[in-house]
Structure formats: structure tokens, C-alpha cells
Design a protein around this ligand. Structure first.
Ligand code: 5AD
Ligand code: SF4
Length: 440
């Protein structure tokens, strides 16, 4: 029997995408995917450092892997992704069952490292930042999970240095792929039958600014809009400071760009935004949001919020609750502030006690859940186009698809239905996170 790999992904969509390229490298070495960790010849954890709890999950998993390795001493264990970059060789000294540590810029090295490991069994740590590699991204074969929608990384890194965020330290400075390179990848995907692409970057609105030739995200959208066969274009994540009105226009002018925008506001108080180094005010954010909705009245807007940032007073917290009511997001991902070593906010005074953070988080969720539900209820009785993604996890008799606004509709499967079909679905019953209905 051939060799098998088992890869576990933590964190964001960029990591999901990286995992597909990691698996692509292993496939080139002749490995196939193992059904379970216990069957694998190589286990790779593609890790995330964004919050403490993301890291704790990884440490827990390494504990489990240790037991697998006791039974199978030939097992290779690799740590990749953001924790690899953050902790480097320290990971191996703390946990010697780890064979290699490769940072986000070293997916290209994986094949060579695995072969070296197999031959010599030496610990390998590679964590240099090598932004040039972003330019060769298309050379990395991806083992894509879906045949319908595909991740397309358009850049790496981030220059924003929000004071809470570890990303600039683990993913380095922003480096964009060229428009031509990205369009070529999209054309290839269309030829293979992909209908939907999701453009990925830590801050897509500053795409291309590193070329210093005037290229920006609006140009990329306009170029991708012309790729035949791609029916839907999504992107993640936006930054309210770098999203220009022209980018909103480019989006509004393209029927292919999904009517969904994930626009993290982080907080409802200007002093908090200043301490977070976000570079905009709530007034600017609301103006941008109003323009987005004016150009695309049917759009769904979602956001991220951090609660319990250092110095957050009760009044500041109330400002976020007010913002939620005013902005009427379709959903909000709310996070408890987690101090990240090496970031400016971790050294700030007035850290907020855990019990206060938890209470504030609950208050944010209570307000937002009501709004999300009301937004979804407004869809009841209406018909929406969905791209069919497949059976739900719980029940093969029920399938789901997504609207352009990124809402998930679950419906009873009908005969002749295939993954990737564009269908019309009637929404019958709304819940906070999903909609139930039927195909019409
Ligand atoms: N603590 C809590 N949440 C964080 N985020 C980023 N860094 C932190 C941190 N240190 C959140 C932000 C970001 C999302 C991906 O994660 O809201 O938008
Ligand atoms: Fe986690 Fe950020 Fe790295 Fe994504 S880029 S895996 S969210 S730390």
C-alpha cells in the first residue's frame, strides 16, 4: 500500500488554501489522503496563532499525535502555518516528536524536506520570510477539496500592524501576486469547471499597492469579471481604511461579484479604534457602509468585533452595542481580546479581566443574534439563486447551497441534483445562522 498523509487545518481561509497546496505537494510525492490520523505515514498541522485558544487546540492535538507515534515510530510529524513561524525551533525543543517546522513561505520546500527527513531523520526548521515565493504560488499544485468553488490567494502578509494582531509578524509584509498570474489561475479553474472563486488576502483592499504602479483591487476585480465560466467571485478580508469608493463601484458594476462583504469594524468606539491602530473612525465606517448599501441594496454585510481590548470602558462597550444596532450587520463574529506576545496591545495597561470580557461578549452576541435572525426572517417566502455545495453533514437527504449574499439554504435533495448546479430555492424558515427551504 502507498504512503498516506493526514493534514489538519486551523484558522482562516488562507490556511485552508495553503493546506490544499500542502496536500498537493504530498500528492506529488505519491502520497494519498489517509482516512484517519492512525493510518497516516505523515501528519501535518497547518496552524494558526491569531488567538490563544487556536494555539491551545494545536498543543492538544500534538498530545494525541504523540500516542500515535508511540505505536508507529516511523510517523513523520510536521508543523506548518503561523505557529511554525511564530515559535520556530522552540516547538521541537518543547515537543521532540515533531520532525519538521516549516513557516508559511516554505510550502515550496515540503517535498524536499520530506525526502530529507525520510533519508536522514534530522529535525528541519525553515522559517525565513521569503516574499518572492508569493510570485511562484501558481507553481504549487493544489489538491482542491471542492470541484465547484476554489480559493485563490492574491497576496500574502499585511502592513497594517493593528496593535492586537500577530499576522504581520507571522506572515510578513504584504506581497501581491500579479493580475496576470491571478487571471491565469482563474482561467485555468474555469476550464476545469469551477464556478466560484474566493480571492484571499489578509487585507484584499490593499492588493497591488506594493507594485507602486497604480494597480489596485478595483483593477483586479475588473480583470476577473471578464473571465468566462467563473460565475461568482468572492473575497476575504476587507479593511475599512483601504476599501475605496471606486472598489465598491467595481464590485457593484460586476454581476459576478457576490453580494456579500465581510468588513471587520472591530469596535464601535473611536478611541478604541485609535488604540487598535485601525486608521478610520466610526463616522468613516458608517459613510462607507451607506455607500456600499446604496450601490448594492441587496448586499449582506458581515463583520468582526473584538471585545475586552485593553482600556475598554463600559461606555466604550456600549458604543459597540449601539453600532451593532445602527449598522444592522447580517452577522458578526465576536472575539474576546487575546494578548499576543510581541504585539503592542499585549504590553498595554488596563488589561480587562476575563469575567468582564465574557460578559461583554455575551451582550454583543445577544444583540447581534436578534439582528441576524430578523435579517434572515426577511428572506422568508422569497426565492434566491443558490450554488449547490452538496449534502449537509448531518443528513445525506438534505443538501445545501449558498446565495450570492453567502447565506446557507438547506433543502431536501431532489433527483438529478449535482454539486455545482445553480438552482432557485424558496426560503421557508429562517434561523440565526441558516435558512431552511426547498428548490423551486
Ligand atoms: N484577539 C482577539 N481577536 C483577534 N482578532 C485578531 N487578532 C485578535 C486578538 N489578538 C480577530 C479580529 C480579526 C479576526 C480574524 O480575528 O477581529 O478580524
Ligand atoms: Fe490564523 Fe491569521 Fe495565520 Fe490565518 S493568517 S492562520 S487567522 S494567524
Amino acid at each position: 500500500m502507498g504512503k498516506q498523509y493526514f493534514t489538519i487545518t486551523y484558522g482562516c481561509q488562507m490556511n485552508e488554501s495553503d493546506t490544499e497546496r500542502i496536500n498537493g505537494q504530498l500528492a506529488e510525492l505519491g502520497y494519498t489522503e489517509a482516512p484517519a490520523m492512525e493510518d497516516a505515514d505523515i501528519i501535518i498541522l497547518n496552524t494558526c496563532s491569531i488567538r490563544q485558544n487556536a494555539e491551545e487546540k494545536v498543543y492538544g492535538k500534538i498530545g494525541e499525535i504523540k500516542r500515535v507515534k508511540e505505536k508507529n515510530p516511523d510517523l513523520l510529524v510536521g508543523i506548518m502555518g503561523c505557529m511554525a513561524q511564530e515559535n520556530k525551533g522552540k516547538l521541537i525543543s518543547r515537543m521532540p516528536i515533531i520532525d519538521f517546522v516549516l513557516g508559511p513561505y516554505h510550502i515550496h520546500d515540503l517535498k524536499e524536506v520530506v525526502e530529507e527527513e525520510l533519508a536522514a531523520r534530522q529535525h528541519v526548521v525553515r522559517t525565513q520570510m521569503n516574499p518572492e515565493r508569493v510570485k511562484d504560488y501558481s507553481e504549487l499544485r493544489a489538491e482542491r477539496k471542492s470541484r465547484t468553488f476554489a480559493w485563490v490567494p492574491i497576496m500574502q502578509g499585511c502592513n497594517k500592524f493593528c496593535t492586537y494582531c500577530i499576522v504581520p509578524y507571522v506572515r510578513g509584509r504584504q506581497t501581491s501576486r500579479t493580475v496576470e498570474d491571478i487571471v491565469r489561475e482563474a482561467e485555468g479553474l474555469a476550464e476545469e469547471g469551477y464556478k466560484e472563486i474566493t480571492l484571499l488576502g489578509q487585507n484584499v483592499n490593499s492588493y497591488g499597492l506594493d507594485f507602486r504602479d497604480g494597480t489596485d483591487f478595483a483593477d483586479l476585480i475588473r480583470a476577473l469579471d471578464r473571465v468566462d465560466g467563473i460565475e461568482r467571485i468572492r473575497y476575504m478580508t476587507s479593511h475599512p481604511r483601504d476599501m475605496t469608493f471606486d472598489m465598491v463601484d467595481a464590485m457593484a458594476d460586476s454581476p459576478k461579484v457576490a453580494r456579500h462583504m465581510h468588513l471587520p469594524v472591530q469596535h464601535g468606539d473611536n478611541e478604541m479604534l485609535r488604540r487598535m491602530n485601525r486608521g478610520y473612525t466610526i463616522e468613516h465606517f458608517m459613510e462607507l457602509l451607506a455607500y456600499v448599501r446604496k450601490r448594492m441594496p441587496d448586499i449582506a454585510v458581515t463583520t468582526d468585533l473584538i471585545t475586552g481590548f485593553p482600556g475598554e470602558t463600559e461606555e466604550m462597550h456600549q458604543a459597540t452595542l449601539r453600532l451593532l444596532r445602527e449598522a444592522q450587520f447580517d452577522s458578526a463574529y465576536t472575539f474576546i481580546y487575546s494578548p499576543r506576545q510581541g504585539t503592542p496591545a499585549a504590553r498595554m495597561e488596563d488589561q480587562i479581566p476575563d469575567d468582564v470580557k465574557k460578559r461583554r461578549l455575551q451582550e454583543l452576541m445577544d444583540v447581534e443574534n436578534e439582528i441576524s435572525l430578523a435579517k434572515n426572517q426577511a428572506m422568508e417566502g422569497r426565492v434566491f439563486s443558490i450554488l449547490v455545495e452538496g449534502p449537509t453533514k448531518q443528513d445525506a437527504g438534505h443538501w445545501y447551497g449558498r446565495t450570492s449574499t453567502n447565506k446557507m439554504i438547506i433543502f431536501p435533495k431532489t433527483d438529478g441534483l449535482a454539486i455545482g448546479d445553480m438552482r432557485e430555492a424558496l426560503v421557508e424558515q429562517a434561523q440565526t445562522w441558516v435558512l431552511k427551504g426547498k428548490l423551486v
